[in-house]
Design a protein around this ligand. Structure first.
Ligand code: FAD
Length: 392
């Protein structure tokens, strides 16, 4: 049994094997010892702590659920639990990791040829090469499947890419960025492994975000960017292949929401036991306990849902709609949990040094990325009613 963990009220981690729990504890200790002391400082500066990349690489957790190519071949449940553990301390680091290990490595794992997997996955697994994932554009976010404006066309043995991408996490310093583009001739979406040194590829940092400030999001411009056919993802033929990557990572975002809520809840619980007013710890007041219990109920429901979500993923039974429902539910409930955590901390709830303010801000990004609340709701709505309500 793990030592008592405040935010795991139903002892869900007992569902993990001993090996999985050892990995969970290793990652928790790393996050507490190495990341927690610097999380607020880097968030405040809006800078990325590059020195921790080799340390995360040494944890051997990248591509944790993938098979072969140096990847650990653990369960998707393990992957989800780790997304939670990273976000429990710092949602920015969890997002950096999710973009690299989930979106970028996942694109190559699901859509790359064997040669492409051999070339990139082992180096990415060790974090010697860092990846980004460029799908969203300035003019198209939610409607990117049908409205992608970035184009590609083939000339000889090369592809020429033109267009703009927005919000691309890690892309200011990533070695490679997966760029999705619509083929002019066929209108089908293709994926490309674009190297940072490719002429015509430019990534500029987006400034002044109020959430996930440590994550370096970029605006990317592609100007007659020449990519060899060998760097086109060979097993991607349409947006359906892009969607396979998103289904896999959307489950991770639901877990990330759990981590954000858990970090805020645990910080708030500790605070209420220490902080005294009217001669008693504020944890002894009924109205404070009401907040804490509602937070815990939400957190427990989210965790339980995510454990089942990952079990479905491990059995290869997970549907898009199931992933979307978890993402919607967890990102909504997280907003509620972090705002209650802020509330029970009074004024200190808005000070960075008490951690909860960062979780409150970061919950807003989780709410909107990898499909907004509305878009994931419409995906589930379509599945249960048979009516698509995306247009009109
Ligand atoms: P829009 O699509 O413009 O939507 C605006 C609002 O309209 C939303 O509330 C939306 O739900 C609503 N809406 C849109 N269509 C409908 C409809 N049919 N019915 C009802 N409501 C609707 N993208 C990447 O490719 N790579 C990344 O690494 C990446 N990282 C990100 C990191 C952060 C911090 C953020 C905030 C975003 C990131 N994104 C990334 C982009 C993210 O996926 C998009 O922000 C998201 O898909 C929403 O797109 P949008 O912001 O353009 O909003």
């Amino acid at each position: 049994k793990l030592p008592p963990i405040d935010g795991d009220f139903y002892d869900l981690s007992l569902k993990l094997s001993q090996e999985e729990r050892d990995i969970q504890i290793k990652v928790r200790n790393f996050m507490e010892d190495e990341v927690k002391p610097i999380a607020n400082e880097y968030w405040n500066k809006a800078e990325f702590p590059h020195h921790i990349i080799p340390k995360i690489g040494a944890l051997n957790i990248c591509g944790i659920a993938y098979e072969g190519y140096g990847c650990p071949n653990q369960s998707f449940l393990m992957e989800g639990v780790l997304a939670m553990e990273l976000a429990r301390v710092d949602v920015s680091i969890s997002t950096f990791f999710g973009v690299h290990s989930g979106l970028a490595m996942g694109s190559i794992y699901l859509c790359g040829s064997d040669a492409q997997k051999e070339e990139w996955l082992p180096k990415m697994q060790r974090m010697e090469v860092i990846g980004a994932f460029g799908l969203t554009e300035p003019n198209v976010g939610s409607a990117v499947a049908g409205g992608m404006e970035t184009t590609c066309y083939k000339e000889g043995n090369e592809w020429i890419l033109n267009g703009e991408k927005k919000w691309i996490g890690n892309a200011t310093f990533s070695d490679i960025t997966i760029i999705w583009a619509r083929e002019k001739e066929t209108n089908r979406v293709k994926g490309f492994i674009v190297r940072k040194e490719n002429p015509g590829f430019k990534a500029e940092k987006m400034e002044d975000k109020m959430a996930l400030r440590t994550v370096q999001n970029a605006k990317i411009t592609l100007t007659d960017c020449h990519i060899p056919e060998s760097d086109r993802l060979q097993k991607c033929d349409s947006f359906k292949d892009t969607a396979k990557v998103l289904k896999m990572t959307r489950a991770g975002v639901a877990w990330q929401a759990v981590g954000c809520a858990r970090g805020a809840y645990e910080s708030a619980l500790k605070y209420t036991k220490k902080r005294e007013q009217f001669g008693r710890p504020i944890a002894a007041f009924q109205l404070i306990q009401n907040h804490l219990v509602e937070m815990l109920a939400n957190l427990t429901a989210m965790q339980t849902m995510c454990f089942r979500l990952s079990e479905l993923q491990d059995q290869d039974l997970l549907t898009d709609e199931q992933a979307s429902l978890a993402k919607v539910f967890c990102s909504m409930r997280t907003r509620d949990v972090v705002s209650r955590a802020r509330e029970v901390m009074g004024g200190n709830g808005i000070l960075l040094e008490y951690d909860v303010a960062r979780f409150v801000a970061d919950a807003e990004a989780i709410y909107s990325y990898e499909g907004t609340k509305e878009i994931n709701t419409l995906i589930v709505g379509r599945a249960i009613t048979g009516y698509s309500a995306f247009v009109g």
